[in-house]
Design a protein around this ligand. Sequence first.
Ligand SMILES: Nc1ncnc2c1ncn2[C@@H]1O[C@H](COP(=O)(O)OP(=O)(O)O)[C@@H](O)[C@H]1O
Ligand SMILES: [Mg+2]
Length: 283
Amino acid sequence: MDPEETGQAPELRALKSGAVDRVDSDLGRMEAVKRLKGVEDRRVGSEVFDELTLKTLYKLANSGYLAVLNGAVSTGKEANVFKGITDNDEFVAVKIYRVATSDFKKMQYYIQGDPRFRVRTTNRRQLVQAWVNKEFRNLKRALEAGVRVPEPVVARDNILIMEFIGDDGEPAPTMREVPPDDPERALELIVEYMHRLYTGARLVHGDLSFFNILNHSGEPVIIDVSQAMVLDHPLAMELLERDIKNVVRDFKRLGVNVSEDDIRKKIKKEAEPPAKTNTHEKN
Ligand SMILES: Nc1ncnc2c1ncn2[C@@H]1O[C@H](COP(=O)(O)OP(=O)(O)O)[C@@H](O)[C@H]1O
Ligand SMILES: [Mg+2]
């Protein structure tokens, strides 16, 4: 499909290793697309795909992480999310942070005091790189604690590749866009995930609301964990309270009667002691 016809972000076809010529012609085509696009897409073209971003995309392609990049899923304030296709014809989500216009102050504010990231830098690119790494590691930690989040694949420079949440290349809507059919059950799951995040991963999300929970065929999937904080961070409790407020507000809108107190208790309750059965051992 011609990107000009779809009105989508430009495609980067054939990024596979050795395909330098084809990549070059793709870049030429992207340049052409950029010129033809409206204001919003021009912003995408000129700021997401700056030279270094293209280099990183190319490196990722050469390392086998990406064969095709097409279709913008979302153009956000700090990052754009694209649909990618791997060498094995699997869909992936490709989150590309804008370096030039990223909220530097916010990133510094959130990253300071996180013992995992002692970044003392005024270099935008380095800070964005740390930020992307933080999102990658937070996703990993959440996943290990049993929270349903996209599985991270790789983080490099300002680009994060992760599991694509959706079906047949169609991204799942947010819970804001498509509320869950069974809100009570969704609430239960989300509170359980908040609990696992807190007691297992020892993180608080920090920007949790229906905007950052996808509704994947009725199953909530938590996304956008770049700002998630370790519990010892001085801001963690404040952020947890905000998350609780947002979740209560969003569910109340759906007519679910739930209190902040109730959720807080469930999140902070002690982790269950491990079961004494041997179900995980081989025979
Ligand atoms: N792993 C994913 N699979 C499918 N869609 C995704 C994925 N991650 C993000 N998206 C889409 O991109 C949007 C923005 O992603 P998000 O991580 O929330 O970034 P932002 O910082 O712009 O809010 C989401 O609302 C969702 O529509
Ligand atoms: Mg978001």
